[in-house]
Design a protein around this ligand. Structure first.
Ligand SMILES: [Zn+2]
Ligand SMILES: [Zn+2]
Length: 427
């Protein structure tokens, strides 16, 4: 503990003792008797009732990750990234988690910065093994490597399964991108061999035709996921529709308004569609030229007024706008423009927004995050590292080791004693 911390703790303790003393004695104003106050009187203590005048609330206005079971017919959607290509502390780039009452969980996009949000949800990584990528912009799959490798270190035993679109040429497709991601992490993967259980390093990639219209690409356990083409930047972008138990979730990833979305997402329970920041704010806040702001803000992406048109057409129970920096000075402009073309129920997405969807209700809350989060324990037995798989060091690097054998031998002895193991100290 630092000196400053020690002093602060001592001051706090002194204050508590002094306050308890005065509070516990007759203050002459409220008629409180000695012994009443911060501490239970003997009568209260005997009846087991707390002296606090407040009561625990039965309703929660917030979501504490890991503390609520889903009902059998319930869908929970959590925003793990709602921002723009530059991840920032307040908003990661695109990522949405869908959890279903049957126990299944799906990630839609995994943009830059989103793996941090995912980790905050206290879900064992074995349940985060299915990712659907809408297109190969870094703000939609930039954190895949992080989930892939971080998941292994975080106790995932299952392979990671990824679905993503083809491109107009093979090198523009998901398979090519992920083969090269694996190559990019050659040193990383090699370094784990023989040191941890690496079964979760397996990557299973399903590439599907980006031109497929309403084609089912996943059907397990009563969950159907379909793809429709999206129009965004280049050929090879798609949107997704998930249907389960009479509930329909639609996710645009990125797209210009298009006929496939209009036709196949009609009547969604929750429809999440990109909604870029207004061109005027792109010019003012991001210092873009008017030409670039108009092109990116209304042609490459969907502007707020276009978003409103899209939602008026498909009439979801809840429309969710995302893909803009949602701040005090931008959100009013986005909402004002959406309201020129749409008057249905609307949420302006922000990271950690939580949607509980049933046939009768859609509840929107914010999650409360514990920043001291650790990965959850493995849900399958882990294998001890197989030292024979280690690549090892060259003689040159080994020659530089300073072993501190006395210290390290003691660490091994202590751990072996504490956990009843018999692991020899490496020579
Ligand atoms: Zn994009
Ligand atoms: Zn994007």
């Amino acid at each position: 503990m630092t000196t400053v911390k020690k002093i602060l703790v001592m001051i706090s303790l002194t204050l508590v003792v002094v306050m308890a003393y005065f509070y516990g004695h007759d203050d002459g104003l409220s008629g409180r008797k000695a012994g009443q106050g911060l501490f239970l009187s003997s009568a209260h203590a005997a009846s087991g009732k707390a002296a606090s005048p407040t009561k625990a609330l039965s309703e929660r206005d917030v979501y504490y990750p890991g503390s609520e079971d889903l009902a059998a017919d319930e869908m929970r959607v959590i925003a793990c990234g709602t921002g723009m290509p530059n991840a920032r502390p307040k908003q990661a780039a695109a990522c949405w988690l869908v959890e279903l009452g049957n126990g299944d969980k799906f990630l839609f996009d995994i943009g830059s910065g989103s793996s941090e949000r995912i980790s905050a949800l206290k879900i064992p990584y074995d349940y985060l093994d299915k990712v659907f990528i809408g297109h190969l912009h870094s703000d939609h799959f930039g954190d895949l490597g992080d989930l892939w490798i971080g998941g292994v270190i975080g106790n995932r035993i299952n392979p990671l399964r990824v679905w993503g679109p083809s491109g107009h040429k093979p090198e523009f497709g998901t398979k090519y991108a992920l083969e090269h991601m694996v190559k990019m992490f050659t040193w990383d993967s090699g370094s784990r061999l023989g040191n941890v259980d690496i079964r979760g390093q397996k990557l299973e990639v399903t590439e599907f035709d980006y031109k497929a219209v309403n084609q089912e690409i996943y059907n397990e356990n009563g969950v159907s996921i379909r793809t429709i083409p999206a129009i965004h930047a280049l050929d090879g972008a798609v949107s997704f529709i998930l249907e389960w138990n009479g509930l329909k979730f639609a996710y645009s990833s990125d797209t210009f308004p298009n006929k496939w979305w209009m036709e196949y997402t009609k009547g969604s329970d929750i429809a999440i569609h990109e909604c870029f920041i207004t061109p005027d704010d792109l010019i003012k806040k991001q210092k873009w030229t008017p030409g670039a702001a108009l092109n990116v803000g209304t042609q490459v992406h969907t502007s707020p007024a276009q978003f409103g048109k899209v939602m008026s057409e498909i009439k979801p129970r809840l429309a969710v706008a995302y893909h803009f920096f949602n701040d005090w000075d931008t959100a009013p402009n986005v909402e004002k423009m959406i309201r020129t073309t749409y008057d249905g129920r609307l949420a302006l997405g922000i990271d950690y927004m939580v949607f509980n969807v049933t046939k009768d209700d859609i509840r929107v809350r914010m999650a409360v995050i514990d920043e001291d989060i650790w990965p959850q324990p493995a849900i399958q037995p882990k294998l001890p590292p197989d030292a024979s798989k280690r690549i090892g060091f060259s003689e040159y690097i080994v020659s530089g080791r300073v072993p501190y054998a006395d210290v390290v031998e003691k660490i091994y002895r202590d751990i072996n004693k504490k956990y009843g193991t018999n692991i020899p100290t490496p020579k």
